[in-house]
Design a protein around this ligand. Structure first.
Ligand SMILES: *Cc1c(COP(=O)(O)O)cnc(C)c1O
Length: 423
């Protein structure tokens, strides 16, 4: 057995992975600067930053990939610790003692034979993100965002969230020893509130929608100097999520699948993967081939699907978004143009499925593969069925479904399962 001793917090100076891995090189980050994803304006990466000061759109982390290419060999990466920190050179945290880890990332890529047979796809895979700390892939983004905020000297963190982002932020803030402030709609499932409080976060319940939570959170940011870690409103959650792309390539033997089906809210994972593919090509780790990227949303909140179908560059906000999949209840995404760009450049598409179809997808994945996923994960099953039906995806293609969270966190949706007439 291999034992890993992860870097725990800035106060545990000098903690290093005590693994049997041959490679204990210092893994210096090649972060160079920030660049606006829309207007291209560059920013210094040495201070806390939110959106682009000129156009208020997301700032993206840029690396000296030429230098990285000379230094890192992909064969070396495969011997490293089984967390997303195996890609430390291509992540923004500079000082190793700030690499906050609860064991996030490096999740299994499961071959889904039985589910594939049922839906008619012979090379189907599930990326099982429900195994992450706090049981959703939000851990990837928040591990990086909190670590980098701590490194840059943030005094307190704040996030408006209806679910998994708040829990993940609270966990990593606890690990960093930073106060966490969470703003949630009063009607979020009690488990999500309890989780944040267990981690010691200050939770404010708001009568209203996530947008109202955002307004209240913004007051604390302005008046108390808290740092806002909302998705794509700071540059580094994206860097955590991009490791999904690095892992896909590594797990497929430095090739990429034909189709990626991704449940899209703010789009961080999809945009992150697309960024990772470009970085890996520059590093010489993969070629120019790309998967077709597919965004799945809920019929109750589908701003990206609508914008994709209209051919728009930006997505109009969705009025009165409703869905049981909290991760998909994002009426307006600040990175909308980046999502739409990735879908189009990849030759992919966007489609919406109903909440009922999502929950059926959860049941089917659970019964056929032993993976009890989040409704967002179930949405990818429903989307795949539709894409096979319309011929947008061929039965023999290599397809990856993203199960982005664990079904146990959505107990409220499944508590009457025995009464639902399921045999
Ligand atoms: C947040 C979330 C999503 C959406 O992720 P984005 O990268 O913001 O699009 C999907 N599934 C789950 C379980 C989530 O918590």
């Amino acid at each position: 057995m291999t034992l890993y001793h992860y870097n725990r917090s800035p106060r545990l100076q000098g903690a290093v992975p005590l693994s049997s891995c041959a490679n204990v090189a210092p893994m210096k980050s090649f972060l160079s600067h920030l660049e606006c994803g829309l207007c291209g304006k560059t920013e210094d990466a040495g201070h806390l930053a939110n959106l682009c000061p000129s156009c208020e759109r997301p700032l993206l982390a840029r690396y000296d990939l030429k230098a990285a290419k000379r230094t890192i060999r992909r064969e070396e990466i495969t011997r490293r610790e089984p967390t997303l920190w195996r890609y430390a050179e291509l992540l923004p945290v500079l000082a190793p003692e700030y690499r906050l880890s609860l064991g996030e990332g490096w999740t299994p890529l499961l071959r889904a034979h039985r589910l594939g047979k049922i839906v008619g796809a012979s090379r189907l895979f599930i990326k099982e993100e429900g195994l992450n700390p706090t049981k959703s892939f939000k851990a990837r983004g928040l591990s990086l965002a909190v670590a980098k905020a701590a490194e840059l000297g943030a005094g307190a963190l704040s996030v408006p969230s209806a679910g998994n982002a708040a829990g993940a932020m609270s966990a990593y803030a606890a690990l960093a020893g930073l106060p966490a402030f969470v703003f949630m709609p009063r009607d979020v499932p009690p488990l999500f509130i309890a989780e944040c409080r267990a981690f010691g976060a200050t939770v404010t319940l708001v009568d209203g929608l996530i947008t109202d939570c955002g307004k209240l959170a913004a007051e604390g940011v302005r008046d108390e100097g808290r740092f806002d870690v909302s998705t794509l409103k700071e540059p580094y959650r994206l860097e955590g999520k991009k490791t999904l792309g690095y892992e896909l390539a590594e797990q497929f033997g430095w090739t990429l699948p034909d189709v990626v089906i991704y449940p899209t809210g703010g789009g961080t994972g999809l945009v992150g993967m697309w960024k990772a593919f470009d970085e890996m090509e520059e590093l010489g780790w993969i070629g120019s081939e790309r998967p077709r990227m597919v965004s799945v949303q809920s019929t109750g909140c589908a701003p990206m699907v609508r914008a994709f179908e209209r051919g728009d560059e930006f997505a109009e906000p969705w009025e009165g978004g409703r869905t049981v999949a909290d991760g998909l209840r994002v009426p307006a995404a600040v990175g909308d143009f980046l999502i739409l760009r990735a879908l189009r450049e990849s030759g992919g598409t966007a489609l919406a499925v109903s909440d009922e179809e999502m929950l059926d997808g959860v049941r089917l994945m659970a019964r056929s593969e032993g993976v009890f996923g989040a409704p967002e994960g179930g949405a990818t099953v429903a989307a795949l069925r539709e894409l096979l039906k319309t011929g947008a995806v061929d039965p023999g293609e290599q397809i990856v479904l993203f199960n982005t969270g664990a079904g146990v966190k959505y107990w409220h949706l499944f508590e009457n399962e025995d009464r639902a007439g399921n045999s």
